[in-house]
Design a protein around this ligand. Sequence first.
Ligand SMILES: [Zn+2]
Length: 278
Amino acid sequence: MKKSLLLLFLSLSLNVYSLPKIINKGNSNEKSIALTFDDGPNSSSMLSLLDLLKEYNIKATFFVIGQEVEPHKKALKRAFDEGHEIANHSYTHPNFAKLDEKTLEFELEGTNNAVFKVIGKKPKIYRAPYGVFTRSLKTASTLNLTPVMWNLDTLDWSSKTTSQSVIQHIKENVKKNDIILMHTLAKSYKSYEVLKILIPYLIKEGYTFKTVSQITNKDAYYSNHETEKPLKNLLEPSLELNHKINQNEKHLQETINIDFTPYDSIGSFSQLEGDIII
Ligand SMILES: [Zn+2]
């Protein structure tokens, strides 16, 4: 009896420890930072951002939404061809805390398949929408994906911040090994305005720019050998699933409409969701 209890304890412990750790900062010895852009690709703000990054020869990481890949594949291909890293940011941008395992698998693997069709590589790094990693870690472990958060949130998407306040916030808080969260939003050019000022400043301060895989020392993509596995023919979400996803979005909309003061609770709605950030 005791032995079986011990075995049970051990297997539970092993299960816990086999879950991947959420990475939220780099481990480079250099004075480096990683710029990350969520919610693309798009064929508007992302293109001017790519122009700006090219001007300074900076490589960034784009966490892309699977369903946006096909409509904006040219922008995605351009980013990849210009040396930027492409990472997974789910297929429909739902709240992972509300999804079952099958749907989570679709969200992660469906995006990887969409990206693979355009760039011939499958991302190994993913970021949960809103930083809510809850419940996706087991799926991530099965798919051998690395969960990557951020540790400097610019709130560039919020109507409560201005380019000036975002610049100020980054200047005051940036430090070595930061993974900085920004967005490529079709309607907002704030990231571009911010970076036009900020990049020369950061260079002057001695920072170099790395991609997420470089700054965390992780693989950006599956190796060719791993990718050789036949792509799973994942079905598009069923009507029932679409309904669930819409419900999630509604819930999330309610969550993110909560009044907040920018930068008071840096980082994240995941705290509202009770997620554990490591
Ligand atoms: Zn997002």
